[in-house]
Design a protein around this ligand. Sequence first.
Ligand code: NAI
Ligand code: MG
Length: 485
Amino acid sequence: MSLSMPFTFDPGACFIGGQWVAPANREQLSLSNPSTGAELCQIAHGSAADIDTAVNAAQDALDGEWGRATALQRGRWLAALGKLVQDRVEDLAALEAQDVGKPLTQARADAVALARYCEFYSGAADKVHGDTLPYLEGYTVYTLREPHGVTGHIIPWNYPMQIIGRSVGAALTMGNAVVLKPAEQACLTALAFAELAQQAGFPPGAINVVPGLGAEAGAALSAHTGVQHISFTGSVQTGMSVQQAAGQNVIPVTLELGGKSAQLVFEDADIEAAMPFLINAGIQNAGQTCSAASRILVHRSIYSTVVSKMAKQYQQLRVGDAMQDFSIGPLISEQQKQRVQSFINNASDLNCVAEGQIDSAASNTGFFVKPMLFADVPAEHALAQQEVFGPVQVVMPFDDDDHALALANGTEFGLVAAIWSRDGARQMRLAKKLRAGQVFINNYGAGGGVELPFGGVGKSGHGREKGFEALYGMSALKTVAARHD
Ligand code: NAI
Ligand code: MG
């Protein structure tokens, strides 16, 4: 085992009911370090039996101390957790860099974001409330926001800490008890989160973590009759299975399924201001980002200028070991590398205008791919339609606002979009017409935006995470109508 481990938890265990326990089948899965391809450590091969134990532990927590805690107390536990996370940013970042292959700077930003989610939601816990409603003479009517109960969280490997922050953080704020199934490719910071939550004082069973395979532990969680809400982030295909399983129990699901997000650059844009956003939003986390700006749409009058500026920057990009903090690290797995490679192989007819380089010292068994920039990509090409999940961006020209809009809205996804223009009327008009859950004007991503509701339309999913909106989704509204004459 080559893992450098700054926490005390056993990476091969599940965290259930406040205890670190071996999985029921005693089996382990292998976790690899994407920068080398070598085994990093072994993790629990959690199964349906462990999910069942965890759901029961969560229900016990709801029936016990956790369920009785006031909103104020839940907020204080979250605040304590946020402080512990903030104190351990370097340790969490080192763990994530080894597990996900995420360059240290980006891993650090994820840990800081997790702390920030805890901070934001700690302050919100006692500020979400119902209404009193005018009704008939002789009635008093009010609404209560109650927890769903046990919430299941199936998360991917690309941003474990941020997704835990936005999804588990919101669920805990509203008093739900959580069962978290991290991805089999990366689950160490989920376990570290459980360790820190225990130190912060969360009662046993409020937070349970069961690592395991999607088709086993993930499927068991999404079908479990003791679960009252599922949050899922990942592929469209798996999201559909999760929604179908949850449908059998008629429970709500939040699905965040990625996208093919576009940045629209108009002839009056501040190109210099746009440039870092155009590129970083595409290559951040090696392009393995649900909201990656994988399509850059540029007005024909400035098209060749933007393409050549982007190409110049692509040539400077270096890919290498996550611990050495290059701007781009490896992909998560050999499988994802093959997937991205096959997109590139199928794009041999396209105009690749620039590529970056893999550092000569990078291990040849690491899961590295070169960043590649393609120009003049036809709108119907797979590279312009499908989520590649690698450091690959396409640039396409447009002739006018309507053409830009048609291209931007011309995929089955709708997660994020950006408008680069100085024309206020155009900004407002297009912001309304873009099919996306978030639209940015003269920026992209707004620094992570813990406060900003996030989620998609179309095959990017449904439901909203982040901000107060997440807290409404993570609670059930009860209307109480009292007749008193
Ligand atoms: P995936 O959707 O299969 O995995 C995400 C999570 O779902 C993991 O925790 C996995 O264990 C779990 N899972 C898998 N099968 C399941 C099932 N039948 N029931 C319940 N849970 C299940 O995604 P994968 O295979 O890791 O990546 C494939 C593609 O999905 C990527 O290339 C990318 O395009 C997309 N993706 C999008 C993400 C996003 O942030 N929107 C994150 C990860 C992947
Ligand atoms: Mg999968």
